[in-house]
Ligand binder design. Sequence first.
Ligand code: HEM
Length: 501
Amino acid sequence: MDALPFLQTSHLLLFLVGVISALLVWKNRGRPTGFERLPPGPPPIPVLGNILQIDIKQPYKTYMELSQRFGPVCTIWLGPKPVVILSGLQTLRDALVTQGEEFSDRAAYPMSMKITRGYGILASNGHRWREIRRYAVTTLKNFGMGQRSIEQRVQEEARSLVKAFAEHEGAVFQPSEDLGKAVSNIICSIVFGQRFEYDDPDFLMLYSTVCTYFHVLCSPIGMLYNIFPGIMEYLPGKHRHMFAMLQKFREYVRRQSDIRLKHLDANSTPRDYMEAFLIKVVQEKDAPNSEFHYNNLLGSVWSLFSAGTETTSSSLRQMLLLMIKYPQIQARVQEEIDEVIGQDRSPSMEDRLKMPYTDAVIHEAQRNMDIAPISVPHKVAVNTEFKNYYIPKDTTVFPLLSSVLYDPRLWKNPNNFDPENFLDEEGRFKKNDGFVAFGLGRRVCLGEGLARTELFLFTCSLLQRFTFVGTRPAEEIDTNPTCSSFGRMPRTYQCYAKPRA
Ligand code: HEM
C-alpha cells in the first residue's frame, strides 16, 4: 500500500480521536497529580501528550533522540499516559535485573488484554505469570526427552521448507509465505503434536490469524487502538476483522482441548503441549487458586503462537535479504556449510560449534535488524524509586533494546551489517553482552532456545541447497526494515532460489 495515503488516514483518525477525547475529558483536563518526580521529558499537551512529536513511521527513533536529550531514563506521554523509556545496557540491567521485581510486569496493552484477558504468559503478571511461565519453560525443555525432540521437529520442518522452495523451480517468488508457514508449523507441532500440510484449511486459519494480528498490531490502527481503545471499539477498521478471526482460532483450540480430554491419561507421557497442560488441569482440579485451568491453556497457546511466529519468520526473511544483498557473505556461509555438513545430511545443532562464521552472520542479522526496538513493553508492579526518580505503580516502561543493539561503545561497526561484530581476530565466534535481541531479565524471551534452533537449522538447510539471488542489483536493495509502534519488519521482496550444483 502506498505509504502516503496510509499516513494521511492515520493522521486524520488521530485528529478525530483527539477531538473526541478532548470533549470527553473536558471536565478533567490538567496534568494528573502523583507524576511530579517522573524522569524528565518533553512537556506534554493535554489529552494527546507527546504523540504529535513522535515519528509515526519510526517511533523508536524518537525515543532514541529523547534519551540522548533527556538521559537514559526519560518520560514521554502517549496520549494521557506517561511512559518511561530506559536506554543503555547498564540502565536496562539496573532496572530489569537488579530491580527485576519492580520492573518485570507486562504493560496491559488494550489489544492484547482484549484477546487474552490477562491469561497465558505474554500478557499475565504476578503469581499467574510465574506459575504459567515456569510450567511452559519446563514443558518445552521436556519435549527433548523420550520423544521427538524440538531439534528433530525443526529438522523435519526444514526439509519441508526446502521442498516448498524447490517447487518454485528457480522462478521468482516471495519467500515470506513459505517461511511464515514453516515457523508457524513448528508451534503447531509443539502445541498440537502434529505438523500440517501447508494447504491444510485448519493450518491456514491458524497461520492467517497470527499474521493478521501482527499486521494490525504494527499498523497505525493498532497504535491508535492501544492508546484509545474505548473510541476505536466503535470505529470501523481492520481491527474488527482481526477480532472475528481470533474467535475462530479460539474455537479451534477449544475443539482440540475437548478431543484430548476425552482420552486423557494422566499417567502417560503427553504427546503435545496441550495434553501436558490438560493433565496438569486434571491433577490440580481441587487445588484452591490453581492457575491450571482452560483460560490459561488458551492464553498460553496464544502466547506461543503470537510471540513465536512473526518474530522468527521475519528474522529469517531479513536473513535471506541480507544474503541477497551481500553475495560474498552468502558464499562464505555456504563454504562453511560444505566443509562442516556437506550435501548428504541434514544440518544439526552440533554443527554450530564448528561454524563460527555462520553463527556470527545469524547473530549479526538479528542485531542489525533490531526486531523489537522497545522489547515487549513492561510496567512497574509497584510505586518505584529508580535513580532518584519516582515511577508510580502501573506506569508503562519501554526497555529501548535499540539503544544497546546500536550502541557504538559495544559494537565495532554498529550501523552496518558486519558479521565481524561477532568474530575475534582468529575468526572464532565472540559473544557480546550487548546482544539483547531476546530481551533481558525475568521476562527474557521464553522461546530463545527454540528460535536459535530454527534460525540456525533453517538458514543452513536453505543455503545448503540454494543460492539466493535478487531481482535487482545489490546496490539497489534496501535492507532497512520498515517500522511500526511495535516492531521492525523486513521489506517485502522477491527473489530466486537457485538450486546449488
Ligand atoms: C527471533 C525470534 C524471537 C525474538 C527476537 C524474540 C524476542 C522476544 C522479546 C524481545 C521478548 C520480550 C522480553 C521482555 O519482555 O523483556 C520476548 C518475549 C517472549 N517470547 Fe520471544 N522472541 C523470538 C522467538 C520466540 C519464539 C519462537 C517463542 C515461542 C516459543 C517466543 C515466545 C515468547 C514468549 C512466550 C514471550 C513472553 C515471555 C514473558 O512474558 O514472560 N519467542 N521475545
